[in-house]
Design a protein around this ligand. Structure first.
Ligand code: JCF
Length: 668
């Protein structure tokens, strides 16, 4: 043999070893890049020396010239179907029939997941794949050999030895979910048609007359049985292990189980595992393990008496969309919810399903009155998958999101480029107010000690408060009357509320819970404008002039103060005696402009405050010390940053120095 021939054969053997490790053992043996390099080298050699080409070469997975149609194939032994069971009782009844048929008191079964793919029969002669056929009616199917040859999980040549001269292997071709989702993500980006579901995708891929198209699709394969003469094992389980050894992927979830109880345990285990398998299954399959016992039991019509499929409840059903409600979440996000004709799906009766957001509704073109496919998988919230367009009767109106919140009537805003609509009535909206009151009372906001989450829940549930302003109208008897509240704690709470009536403006702005306005931004707003009225009146452009405030945050602040409901709450707070402290607004002078500061150690003020003070004077504050750092502000117990600054000769300032500096610039 020439050295060239040896190299070609060596490459093929190596690539096949890697294929086996990847597809059968599920343990990749080389990085993808190395695999690609080997394949490219082999392709190069085969192109330069066409006489070395071979139909079983791993390079021959790219597809061939299109066919005019598929030939018919008569299966040598019929491709069977499976009897179905939908309940525990049916599994037990099946087992009883098997016991009776075999005149025994126990039976071993082989259990496996039932793949939701396309059944295929593969014929190997002398260890080489010669034909692949679909199930068809069980007797005659279609010849899809050139398509199947492109699927890398299916061996073109068997490994090792000992296989029968003529072998027929049966299994299921499927599309793993990862490949399915990746395919659709790309299709969406390119604006081409998406695959409907993994099962249809697998079936559609095999039906291509042009196998070069099939070659692009991410298909995979598991075998579940084989027909041949002598060399096949008498135990179905052992047979699967033989097939695995010869190069066929066998599902790693295959187990031996005993009796109906073993089968039912397996079903429950797979029900739990189902979401994490990475491919769709629609149930599990049980097969009597021993061949001899299978033969004793025989067949009824087209289904063996020795096998049973226990199906999961269907995850998708068809029903009618009665209405679209809009629900408001705790963050004010508006979610469209489908109200459905009740339908049994995924094991429960479903009447509501999520429609995600308006973009999804447009993309799927969902309209009230449509027939839709509803999906409920596992514990996931039911969703409307798509519309059955053919069943739409007459003209149906396009759905629009409301311009005002269905819960409180406040304006609804939509962020530029965002799918989500939001209610701007954060302080008044019933859906949001409990959250907004908790935030208002929290430590970094109004810091009302004793007003914890549980108490806020109680106050809201009993109707004592509707907005944060109502907190200041509570009297002692009302508070003392609550669960786990005594006279004493009621007094304490009222005292705390009284104390909280003169907040710093920054804290107060933060306490309002305006979307995306954190402590630092609130502080910047306070310093920039100096008074609440100024913030309320500010235009979006004026807001954007504030340090750290971009167009999005400026939009949120602006919208918040345009909403009358919110302004009413502010007035009510003022009426109750809440007086935020005015702040000397920034003069705009930036004496520290161009300086980079780093903060370390424990400071007596919150770090965020020190940071915003520095920023208000024009400094930049970063997280780590480098040669570019101008000043390190070192609090108590400063550690590695201090040492690094010392070694770099960076200027170090203690907190007293910092206070003096801030004072000298009128920042505090
Ligand atoms: O995974 C399947 N869809 C599947 C189908 C598994 C099996 O073990 C099967 C099958 C169809 C027929 N076994 C038979 C006999």
């Amino acid at each position: 043999m020439s050295t060239l021939q040896e190299r070609v054969q060596g490459l093929r053997a190596e690539i096949e070893r890697h294929n086996y490790a990847y597809y059968v053992l599920d343990q990749p043996s080389v990085p993808d890049a190395e695999y690609d390099r080997l394949l490219r080298e082999l392709e190069g050699l085969e192109n330069e020396h066409p006489e070395l080409r071979s139909p079983d070469s791993p390079t021959q997975r790219v597809g061939a010239e299109p066919l005019d149609g598929f030939d018919e194939v008569r299966h040598r032994t019929p491709m069977l179907s499976l009897a179905n069971a939908f309940s525990k009782d049916e599994v037990e009844a099946f087992h009883q029939r098997v016991l009776k048929g075999l005149e025994t008191d126990h039976v071993d079964y082989v259990a496996e997941p039932k793949l939701d793919g396309v059944a295929i029969s593969l014929r190997f002669e002398d260890g080489r794949l010669v034909q692949a056929a679909t199930r068809g009616d069980g007797t005659t199917g279609e010849d899809v050999t050139s398509n199947v040859r492109t699927i890398r999980a299916i061996p073109l040549k068997l490994r090792r030895s000992g296989w029968p001269q003529s072998l027929e292997v049966r299994g299921e071709i499927y599309m793993p979910l990862k490949g399915f989702h990746a395919w659709n993500a790309r299709a969406r980006k390119q604006g081409v048609k998406e695959l409907v579901n993994p099962r249809n995708a697998a079936a559609g891929s095999l039906r291509q007359l042009d196998s070069r198209i099939t070659a692009q699709r991410p298909l995979a394969f598991y075998c579940y049985g084989a027909e041949a003469g002598d060399p096949l094992a008498e135990s179905h389980y052992e047979r699967l292990m033989q097939l695995r050894d010869w190069g066929f992927p066998v599902n790693p979830e295959v187990r031996r189980v005993r009796n109906a109880s073993g089968c039912l345990d397996y079903y429950r285990a797979m029900e739990k595992k189902r979401e994490n398998l990475g491919y769709d299954i629609d149930g599990v399959v049980f097969k009597v393990e021993m061949r001899e016992q299978q033969q004793t039991l025989g067949f009824v019509s087209r289904a063996p008496r020795w096998a049973l499929a226990q199906k999961f409840p269907a995850q998708e059903e068809i029903t009618r969309l009665r209405a679209i409600d809009v629900r408001v979440g705790r963050t004010g996000a508006l979610t469209p919810v489908a109200r459905l004709e009740p339908v049994f799906v995924g094991g429960v009766t479903v009447t509501n399903a999520t429609l995600h957001n308006i973009d999804e509704i447009r993309r799927k073109d969902v309209r009230i009155g449509d027939w839709v496919i509803v999906r409920r998988a596992g514990d996931v919230i039911p969703e409307v998958v798509r519309v059955i367009a053919e069943r739409r009767e007459g003209e149906l109106e396009e759905f629009r999101m409301p311009s005002h919140c269905p819960d409180c009537g406040s304006m609804v805003e939509r962020e530029e480029g965002e799918a989500v609509f939001r209610c701007t009535g954060g302080l008044v909206c019933p859906a949001q107010r409990v959250r907004s009151i908790k935030h208002f009372a929290s430590r970094k906001a109004m810091d009302i000690e004793g007003l914890g989450d549980k108490l806020v829940d109680q106050l809201a549930d009993t109707g004592l408060i509707h907005t944060v302003a109502d907190l200041y109208t509570l009297d002692k008897d009302q508070v003392a009357g609550l669960e786990r509240m005594g006279e004493k704690s009621a007094e304490n709470l009222l005292r705390e509320l009284e104390r909280s009536k003169s907040p710093e403006l920054g804290r107060f702005l933060y306490a309002l819970g305006i979307r995306e306005v954190g402590e630092v931004t609130a502080e910047s707003l306070a310093r920039h404008f100096g008074a609440l009225d100024k913030v309320i009146e500010a235009s979006v452009e004026a807001l954007e002039d504030v340090m750290d405030v971009g167009p999005v945050v400026a939009g949120h602040v602006h919208a918040f103060f345009r909403e009358d409901h919110n302004l009413e709450v502010l007035r009510a707070l003022e009426d109750a005696g809440v007086r935020w402290q005015h702040v000397e607004p920034d003069t705009g002078a930036q004496p520290l402009a161009g300086q980079t500061w780093v903060l370390t150690g424990t400071l007596s003020m919150p770090r965020a405050r020190a940071k915003s003070l520095l920023e208000s004077l024009g400094a930049r504050v970063t997280g780590s010390v480098s040669a570019k750092t101008d000043v390190l502000l070192a609090g108590e117990a400063a550690g590695s940053k201090l040492r690094k600054a010392e070694s770099l000769g960076v200027r170090i300032m203690d907190e007293d120095g910092f206070s003096d500096l801030m004072e000298s610039h009128g920042a505090v």
